[in-house]
Design a protein around this ligand. Sequence first.
Ligand code: PRX
Length: 631
Amino acid sequence: MSYRALYERSIQERDTYWAEQAARIDWHRPFDQVCDYHQPPFAKWFVGGQTNLCHNAVDRHLAARPDQAALIAVSTETNTEEIITFAQLHVEVQRMAAILQNLGVKKGDRVLIYMPMIAQAVIAMLATVRLGAIHSVVFGGFASHALASRIDDARPTVIVSADAGSRGGKVIPYKPLLDEALRVCSHPVEHVLLVDRGLAPAEMQSPRDVDYASARAAVLDAQVPCEWVDATHPSYTLYTSGTTGKPKGVQRDTGGYAVALASSMDQIYCGKPGETFFCASDIGWVVGHSYIVYGPLITGMSTIIYEGLPIRPDAAIWWSLVEKYKVNVMFSAPTAVRVLKKQDPDCLKRHDLSSLKSLFLAGEPLDEPTAAWIGEAIGKPIVDNYWQTETGWPILSLARGVDPSLKTRLGSPGIAMPGYQVKLLDDQTGEELTGADQKGVLTIEGPLPPGCLQTVWGDDKRFVQTYWSTFHNKLVYNTFDWGIRDKDGYYFILGRTDDVINVAGHRLGTREIEEAISSHAGVAEVAVVGVADQLKGQVARAFVVARDPARVADAAGCAALEAEIMQTVDSQLGAVARPARVQFVGVLPKTRSGKLLRRAIQAVCEGRDTGDLSTIEDPTALQQLQAAATT
Ligand code: PRX
């Protein structure tokens, strides 16, 4: 069948199409209804069906592939490699599930996972869903304040963590950050389960903190069956940034997610059971959830979880893993490729990459020179894919598993994937733009296909208001991305319409960074914008009005306050959110009604025209900013 025909079927014969896709996973009880959309925009998929994510990722492969590697955990930070077969994973997950149960975790409870990239992180995720509990993984690069706000929102019974992570050979202690978060948050967490890697001293607080190794030793023979849950039962929440300072907990279901992942692994990523998948993301981001953990395991593939940098010990490390583990499909982000591009190109040629079929890239715009360079260097197809934490799997890509002849169009992440009714809307009128090459906001007609967010955790109203109420009388899902579609249906993504920025593929809210900076006593006002960067795609830049102008009267004073502010961001949100520069101005450009002119600030930083400034309150503000920005 041609891709177009398959796509049309997924829209016109929605329920038949998804019922067929649902056969890709195991069901404990078959579903009665494919899609219940009687209360838009809340879509319920596979109603009446019962299943379990852990069963589909682990148990169901025991008969056919017990001795195949399921997890390959490689760390170039601790110089360790661990291969865990499906049979061993089954045992370890049950041990972890037994520990969690002993700590009081029941179906529906939340387990927050704050972990480096180690096997136990994946085991904890699988054990949580095995129990019908709901995990909430917080990116290990986030610091105490960011962690505390997520703890308060998710209200977990147990937190699974580790003594430390390591990055570029530098140990990053996690436990002190977690202790600080637990001190400032208001939700009472009953237990912390701590994996001690022997990297950093961890102060244990009895009886709250429990050592994983000792707890595991007590449950070596544990048998914990999967808790069958409704297809619509939440499997996890994952926090992501938006326009406001408060991150949103994207809530995912169980059945729809498993079906969507199984389908995408076959149709888009062309991964086959028994093959090896290497996704060089982090489990703290959605790419890690879908394509380090659940997608490959549900498919019966071996998956690599990698702790380390792409260029350490040298730029050949990824490719040596491809050779060693005969990786068939690889997934990364454009920034990582741009980092590699600066290294010795011969590194790529030293290894046998014959097993590799394609390299998939996502998370940020893939610029043409980067795509062309890596395609040439490894001699493999490069496939872009565009999606969001909210959707869980690609909205746009090329479904070469359906039609291998689908062509790449440089600069475009591709065409709409099955089930996604993508529409470009005029941002002023809300009218659909049906012609070619018109710029509009990329939206999706409801119901969102299986696997996409069900709601915002604990806040249905926010789900509706944030995503579905932005085009007045039209109930459509807003991606907050600008897009263009060419005459053949290929889309081009032109950046966010809101205050979200994308630094090295990491999604950050400028408001969150502003809030952290404002908490510094020396700051009166602040504006943070995302500015184009050759390597990272975008970086954050902060413009601050100091409370005491005398402090920033000379270069030394500015440097000192800049360093303090960066330290504040590091300790509250984590270095991932640290602005590239903090610069000082006497006044920020605002409209007469007091709104920050962010677009104008961004334009100044990028050396572009600022557009219409007739509403500006103080025209000298922009000149000051211009002077600061160019120093
Ligand atoms: O702006 C788009 C950009 O990243 C945003 C979503 O980020 P996140 O929630 O972290 O999910 C990443 C999942 C891959 C989008 O709204 N984005 C993501 N992929 C692409 C992209 N921009 C351009 N091209 C892409 N392939």
